[in-house]
Design a binder for this molecule. Sequence first.
Ligand code: PRX
Length: 690
Amino acid sequence: MSDESESVGFCGVVIGIVFRLELGKLSNFRRLIVSERIRWVKEDPTRKNVFWPSEALKKQAWVADDSIYAEAKSDPEAFWAKQAEELHWFKHWDKVYEFTPENYKWFVGGKLNISYNSLDRHIEAGYGDRIAVIWEPEPVEEESVKLTYKELHDLVSRFANVLKELGVRKGDRVGIYLPMIPEAVIAMQACARIGAPHSVVFSAFSPDSLRDRMTDAGAKVLITADGYYRRGKPINLKKNADAGVVGTPVEKVVVVRRLGGDAPMNQGRDLWYHELMENASNDCLAEQMDSEDLAFLLHTSGTTGKPKGIMHTTGGYAVQSYVTAKWNFDLHEGDIYWCTADVGWITGHTYINYAPLMNGVTTVIYEGSPDTPDYGRMWAIIEKHKITQLYTAPTAIRMFLKWGDEWPEKYDLSSLRLLGTVGEPINVDAWMWYFDKIGGGCCPIIDTWWQTETGSNMVNSLPGIGPFIPTVAGRPFPGVIAGILDAGGSPVPAGEGGYLTIYNPLPPALTRGIYGDMERFKAEYYTEYGSERYFTSDGARKDAQGNIRITGRVDDVMNVAGHRLATAEVESALAQNENVSEAAVVSRPHEMKGEVPVAFVLLKAGIEHSEEVKKGLIKTVDSVIGPTARPDEIIFVDDVPKTRSGKIMRRVLKALVRNEPVGNLTTLRNPECVDSLKEKVGHKEQGGCS
Ligand code: PRX
């Protein structure tokens, strides 16, 4: 392979600087090489563009010996137990792993606290003065905020006491509806400190989404803010929180003052965060949590209209989050690591908050939009804070690529040592651009596959081992055993597509259930391949070396600009509009966002198809879910293809919007509608048997 592959390193400081200084002069030459590579990759991405770690990178990485995979596979329990020893346990576990169908436990009998491991452990080791959090506000004229581990510990302990004062006890669920401000981390850590599972709701989600989640979680306390800045404008979050808590069990609302001024407060229910914090003691012992105690809930989309509250427990989640961040991002003392996700998603929970803090590095939080004040903001932040690792989503990379090379070229990005991606399959052009323009050709790209349900990363290449191949995530993380199976449960040969499945021992961070709905949990994850194999709902294939490429969801779940959404959720939102009789939603590939929803809408009798009605539909989706779920296109139709039992055949609609063959229509009750739909969507026949 050596003639086809290249070494990637973090280049070493000196070489890195020289290399970058030379960049300007070399840019034409470099561009030639890049376009050549892209041509190769398009022909055969798995073989022709393979990058390996340099000697320097191997030397620095936590693991550089390939034998780790075989070693971990031979005894996964021993592997995870070894990693778990690096955390602080109040009480050591009695048994590493216990399995009965749909009920698996890690570090049985062990007691620990994630917040203690994130904060106290480092302070006790003498690292309390290291910077834990850097917060970059969106308005450039505002100063960034830096919190040391000691300062963060102080704030977390105070807020933990505030929650206790409000009556929150171990096991009580707490809602968090906060923007990207330090208080988001403080609130999550405070919950973890007292053992109150949080249920974080993405701040761009609508009041309806907040209401559903608070009701499902049974949260009595909600932590929110007056607002935040987005694209230069103040956004009123309190208004949404007020609307969202109506009819829920929420009794107290703690409000962080981010914008300043006086947001209207509901007497007896709302309390200002800063006032509560003033009087709170900073002395709060961390609760000794059982390894299998619930750590948090996070709602995510399934295939129905109702989001599911994914449950994560304490010990297994802590261990796998800690070690995957350490190894994947090559975290070392002094690193300034930036994950650009939102705290409302699992990536924010694990890789903005818990995992970097458990590793004792600095985690960067940016409040706002990457195009404010201009398209250079990302790169300005990297230069300003000398960021060492950047972890972002392919959809963002595609956007940066479109904005043009001149933006990153204005800034010194030489502090970067490693790049990561997550959330959706990355295309070759975006990978190569990220690699070349942002990483300067010397940072490995760690493409991490995982899910809300898996809690931590499960498939990727390790920086000290590689290989780094565009569009290929890599091998299962050591200790994770995964297979690609056909519909009957047999492994598919290398190169062929199948369903990605995770085998027993089910990895430590994997979800333990759906809150309040264990039947759904069993049905969605452990029916397809039985109770010893977790069904991921992702399609995948692997090469002869075992490197896995994720091909995307095989269910009715979309990845819209890195946000997970069920087509059924958008359908049920549209159905709430007074003019709608029926709606069917499918996904369509999108150059920037990866996928977008396309809606086929039947209006009620007498309602004219008009732009006005379309605008009304968008408004409904915004208010029921949030702007992330807006259909990219709304197509008014008179009928949608249905089976004889009346089920919408989304497969046919999907083929229509993707210009693919529509396939066999003989099972349809109304095949005649397909021709008129073809006309409406401009479908070009490409064979098939319609
Ligand atoms: O389809 C896979 C895709 O994102 C889904 C999980 O979405 P969510 O629960 O929101 O979590 C996203 C962040 C972990 C998966 O089922 N996905 C995630 N990472 C990748 C990916 N697809 C391809 N490559 C990835 N690296």
